[in-house]
Ligand binder design. Sequence first.
Ligand code: PA5
Length: 446
Amino acid sequence: MSHCLEWSKAYAHRLPKNAGEPFFSRQKDISERLARELAAGELPFLNMPYREKLREALPPLLPRIKPFRHMLVLGIGGSALGARAIQRAFAPGQDEPNHAGPWLWIADNVCARAFEALLRKLQPAETVVVCISKSGGTIETLAQYFLVKEWLLAAIGERWKEHMIVVTDRTKGYLREEALRHGFHSMEVPDFLGGRYSALSAVGLLPAAFLGIDWQALLDGAYEVAHSLAQNPARLGVHPSFALACWAKALEEHQYSQLIFFCYIPSWAAYGLWFAQLWAESLGKNGKGIMPVPAVGVTDQHSVNQMFLDGPRDKGCLFLTSRARPQCGGFSGNLPEQWSWLAGKPFSALLEAEALGTRMALAANGVPLVHLDMEDDGPRAAGALMMLLEVATVFTGWLMDINPLDQPAVEMGKRLANARLGAKGYAGEEAALAAFLAEQRREQAF
Ligand code: PA5
């Protein structure tokens, strides 16, 4: 059996068995829209027209980056989370004892102390810097770029350009201009490939390739999930992504407000953060949406699981497991009497048993739950999962009648921050800031 979705507990509690049907009946208009947007080239994450070009562009770059011990990625949001999930899943050595490299550092925040520590401890001569930004104008990423540029220049002079790679839009944006100005090596983020849908382009796969991860398997796994749909959008009704979307929309319709992403593949824990951004930034619009809640088994059984089980009945759950059985040691017969039932069992049996127990407990407590069971936990499977969730997210957005590919609400905070720092062209924001700061404060010391 391959990867599978298990639906027997999906419609439970106040989510009736037929709750998805009204949305399922919209498959004709959704599949027509899919055909239209694919034909217009607006969904490159799904039909991956850039795939062959990437397969040609990435390998020649590898001999250039291989000699570096460190890769420092500058990027945020969709330009960082995919690479981190892939790194944690498939090249976790950096978090293990006695790692001897390579090292990948992803700077996706503006913590002055952490960034300074990175620049103090990394050797410029041993570091390749990859600046990733689709727009090429994200302030957090550019601010880091300006600091890194000085850091490299001070240490290695004009050779700094050989240590820079940018991944950005093909033609537009400040980073593209910088690449042209200085002659950096660059890779493109294809047109219409928005940040949170871009992990399986150079955005996520260049860092993966640096770490020696099988990036082609990630691509292949994703392609296998979507190509039948891309070739024949009329097959929508039998595609699991659409079934997931109908279920998610039904949850929302029935006043479920949270969607747990419970990951029982511990090495894939960082996929929870990737999924949370994908889901939240795509679907939190016009007062609609279901809040994604990433959780990791078994760790979170001793944390938030009590709330999942017996808190407000407002949660659905995507429950992720893998049938892969890691080669691992087990328990000898040398155990205290009261634990002797563990003897002869592999350590991995514990994860499997606890996943089963938690899945049953969630179902028994009426949490509508779809079980995503992966055949294995390799890169090909991860690519398949990423594609499934990306496509399901877009269809959920279409069923909600919102645009899952934009994120207009987050712009206000960005504009205000720019105004605060004195950027030109933000007169309205400057006035709004002044009014906000002039408001009477109600402080309470503690
Ligand atoms: O998913 C998104 O579109 C966003 O989270 C972006 O990835 C994020 O804002 C960074 O944008 P950019 O890649 O243009 O720097």
